[in-house]
Design a protein around this ligand. Structure first.
Ligand SMILES: Cc1ncc(COP(=O)(O)O)c(C=O)c1O
Length: 377
């Protein structure tokens, strides 16, 4: 599914030197290695502030808390994402309201969000938290319009979308604030847990810095209940090295995605969608969006059988995500039931992520497509 060792081999010397520098300077928590990374990441993403923290989950919580979201507030998000997209809202003390996805992109749908905003639930809603799922920005034109009309904050879950763009603006600079994850399988990855919050607001940035350090602006004087959510120096140093390569890696992913599209088309398997009939529906890049292909996710009717067939041939695949958030035991308190979000539920039954990473070879992709073709024939 993913071979991280292929990324490490050519970076070996550079990464060891970066780690050695941290050991020599003993800057283990925040400090210069993280500050350097923050400056470089902010410049690359075109935002005023990038603030390192301990994980993507903490980045989401920090972004929400810094934006002033708390008890009594509600935030609208998608039922089709990793758990943290919703749990971070609850951790911030707010309520999560879900709205269904667009079946073509799998991202939160502005029309579904608009319906929620015109419902009796609307009074408490303070923010929308779209997720740039699989590496493609959510429909930002739609969300920006809704945010303006209803005076809401926009918080991006950009965990899967480092380098993705919407109409030329990079993820991280679209909303009031954004959260990134550098979990080791992400496009830009740390050697452990790490995350980042971005914003163009001086006030929000100041609050993130305070909240990630137990609510301290001045050492041992606590203004608010924050948390320990700091990035460590090793992760900052490693991420700084990888920042030099991420644009090339994302381009390689785009090449690999185009190759899959060509191979599936040649094999006569590609269907128009959004729902599969006999073959597979391929993922596509929405107009105005630059996809960075964190995942290459097809839709197919006999998904579980296909996955077992690929596994027998030692071909990795994964299901992101098998259970929509409103059907998770831990989120029962949100009060939803099966059938409430039919697009998310259908996607959860049909999606299958195929191997994609910058170093994947053409012959490996041919093997994957040939195996899918054999299964469907
Ligand atoms: C969409 C999404 N949001 C949030 C997270 C949480 O990030 P982390 O695992 O770094 O806490 C992830 C990654 O796992 C994710 O994919």
């Amino acid at each position: 599914m993913l071979d991280l060792k292929r990324q490490y081999a050519p970076l070996h010397e550079e990464l060891l030197a970066a780690v050695d520098h941290v050991l020599k300077t003993q800057q283990f928590i925040l400090g210069e290695p993280v500050a350097v990374f923050e400056r470089e990441a902010a410049a690359q993403l075109g935002v005023a502030y990038a603030l390192g923290c301990s994980s993507g989950t903490d980045a989401l919580w920090l972004a929400l808390a810094a934006a002033g979201i708390g008890p009594g507030d509600a935030v609208v998000t998608t039922p089709f994402s990793f758990f943290a997209s919703a749990s971070s809202i609850l951790r911030a003390g707010a309520t999560a309201i879900l709205a269904d996805i667009d079946p073509g992109t799998f991202n939160l749908g502005p029309v579904a969000v608009e319906n929620v905003l015109n419902s009796p639930q609307a009074a408490a809603i303070k923010a929308i938290l779209p997720v740039h799922l699989y590496g493609q920005c959510a429909d930002w034109g739609g969300f920006r319009r809704l945010a303006t009309e209803h005076n809401l904050k926009l918080v991006e879950d950009a965990a899967q979308a480092y380098g993705a763009e919407w109409q030329g603006v990079k993820a991280g600079g679209l909303g009031d604030t954004a959260a990134f994850s550098f979990y080791p399988t992400k496009n830009l990855s740390a050697a452990g847990d790490a995350g980042m919050v971005t914003t163009n607001s001086d006030e929000l940035a100041e609050r993130v810095k305070m909240l990630r350090q137990h609510g301290m602006r001045r050492r041992y004087y606590h203004d608010e209940i924050g948390w320990n959510a700091r990035m460590d120096g090793f992760q900052g140093a490693i991420l700084s090295v990888k920042l030099r390569y991420i644009a090339g890696w994302n381009e390689a992913r785009r090449t690999a995605a185009a190759r899959y599209a060509a191979l599936f088309a040649e094999a006569g398997l590609a269907e128009a969608g959004p729902y599969p009939v006999h073959g597979v529906v391929l993922p596509h890049e929405a107009p105005g969006s630059k996809h960075v292909w964190h995942q290459y996710v097809i839709r197919t009717g006999r998904r579980d059988e296909l996955r077992a067939f690929l596994a027998e041939r030692k071909i990795g695949s994964e299901i992101y995500y098998p259970v929509p958030l409103h059907m998770q035991d831990a989120l029962k308190e949100l009060g939803y039931k099966v059938g409430d979000f039919p697009e998310a539920e259908r996607a959860a039954r049909e999606v299958l992520a195929l191997p994609i990473f910058p170093e994947i070879r053409e012959d490996e992709q041919q093997t994957v497509v040939a195996a899918v073709a054999e299964f469907l024939s």
